[in-house]
Design a binder for this molecule. Structure first.
Ligand SMILES: Cc1cc2nc3c(=O)[nH]c(=O)nc-3n(C[C@H](O)[C@H](O)[C@H](O)COP(=O)(O)OP(=O)(O)OC[C@H]3O[C@@H](n4cnc5c(N)ncnc54)[C@H](O)[C@@H]3O)c2cc1C
Length: 406
């Protein structure tokens, strides 16, 4: 039986919609399905670092995001109690981050996929991945109207998140696995001005971060170690407020604001999956998932979308074999995220920094270049391996000893 589509993409959020959009722009026949109907929210905070904004700009969507009224974030500020390290997270070309509500960002991405010519089916539940002779050849699913259909494609893309039905069907190799490390939660307030800053409070055994989002709202993110997940899950409210109280200067601003929502959230596992095989590939959380403490998921999803769409185009167009193109996709993904993955898993333990790191934090005070670079590392603009390289750390320490930046 012939394929109706070149590609079927399962899941239409940060990974799926851009993958579908980029392939449709190249002229491929793309079907994009999601069981949700959009606009649709999801359990996720939504800091979008400058490199992700760069991807939106390459795709012609950055101005559309800015036009939604999402407040720009120019500064990442890390509060250490007695001092603050504040720097710019991006580059000269792309200095700004955003924290758009997923209800707005995901719809914008889906509309861009539709505008590119992808066929969209919302409210469509994929119930089975069709495999013939060891190769994925399509999907079986139920439409919004309840009709059961089978659709066939040369490649099925699993952009269907952490519980990916595509990954479950093909059982790819998992590697670099670490258990869930953190229990992250969030709530929204109004009347909590942020002046274009994303604030992180470095607390003992707890996480706290705050960012401005759409409609005059501010998102307040709290976290505790996963070891306390079970003990705290029945009283998220008091557990969240107790974290906020650990940062008295922020707690005062929080109490003067208006609380708008309850507390949401869930822990995240940490692992990589081999992201391709015969007739299937994975993008976004379906293929690589990491703790949200460094807010890399959306940027990672965008990078996968570009790299996977490129690899599929090379393979369909005959520029490369499927195996070569897709193994390059896997290699480039793993190489670009590994340093940040290790940093993220370490940060997510919420353990006190080592004496060396404490010295480094102190040495950065007043050194704007070092504070900018620290903000860029936490944004993923420069890799932790680069920022924490011995020569860079030594230069920061030497500048502090010489009193160059006080
Ligand atoms: C608490 C928390 C906070 C976070 N904070 C941030 C942050 O600040 N910044 C950041 O960059 N990242 C953050 N992340 C991570 C980010 O949310 C994810 O990395 C990102 O959403 C992954 O996008 P995705 O498109 O791969 O998958 P998802 O967003 O999970 O989308 C998958 C889609 O697939 C659809 N789907 C699944 N199964 C089926 C099926 N059988 N049939 C049809 N459709 C299906 C779902 O309906 C869904 O719409 C956070 C995550 C959590 C849990």
């Amino acid at each position: 039986m012939s394929n109706t589509y070149d590609v079927i993409v399962v899941g239409s959020r940060c990974a799926g919609s851009p993958t579908a959009m980029l392939l449709a722009r190249k002229g491929y026949r793309v079907l994009l399905v999601d069981r949700a109907t959009f606009p649709s929210d999801t359990i996720s905070t939504h800091v979008v670092h400058p490199l992700a904004v760069s991807a939106l700009r390459r795709w012609g969507l950055a101005d559309a995001l800015a036009a939604t009224g999402c407040p720009p974030i120019a500064t990442y500020a890390f509060h250490f109690g007695k001092f603050v390290l504040a720097g710019t997270p991006g580059t000269a070309d792309e200095p700004i981050a955003y924290c758009p509500r997923r209800i707005i960002l995901d719809k914008l991405l889906l509309d861009a996929a539709a505008a590119a010519g992808a066929e969209i089916r919302e409210g469509f539940v994929v119930e089975e991945i069709v495999v013939e002779d060891g190769r994925v050849v399509g999907i079986k699913g139920r439409s919004k109207q309840g009709t059961r259909v089978t659709e066939r494609a040369a490649v099925v893309v699993g952009a269907d998140g952490r519980n990916s039905i595509v990954a479950n069907a093909v059982a790819p190799q998992k590697y670099n696995e670490q258990p869930a490390l953190l229990a992250p939660y969030y709530l929204y307030c109004s009347g909590l001005p942020m002046a274009g800053r994303y604030e992180t409070y470095m607390l003992r055994n707890r996480g706290l971060a705050v960012a401005p989002t759409h409609d005059g709202l501010t998102i307040v993110i709290v976290a505790w170690p996963y070891a306390e997940f079970a003990a705290n899950k029945h009283d998220l409210e008091s557990s969240a407020l107790a974290v906020i109280d650990l940062a008295p200067e922020f707690a005062e601003r929080f109490r003067a604001a208006k609380r708008e929502t309850r507390v949401f959230g869930m822990p995240t596992p940490n692992y990589f999956r081999k992201p391709y095989g015969p007739g299937w590939t994975l993008v976004g959380d379906a293929g690589y998932i990491r703790d949200p403490i460094t807010a890399q998921g959306i940027r990672d999803a965008f990078r996968d979308a570009e790299a996977c769409a490129l690899a599929l185009d090379q393979s369909f167009g005959g520029a490369s074999s499927y195996e070569n193109a897709m193994s390059n996709y896997q290699r480039s993904r793993d190489a670009s995220v590994l340093s940040m993955y290790e940093y993220t898993c370490k940060f997510a333990t919420l353990q006190a920094p080592s004496p060396e790191m404490r010295q480094l934090f102190k040495a950065m005070r007043g050194n704007q270049q070092a504070m900018d670079d620290f903000a860029r590392m936490n944004a993923g603009t420069v890799s932790p391996a680069e920022f924490l390289a011995q020569h860079n750390v030594s230069a920061i320490m030497a500048a502090a000893s010489a009193g160059n930046h006080r």
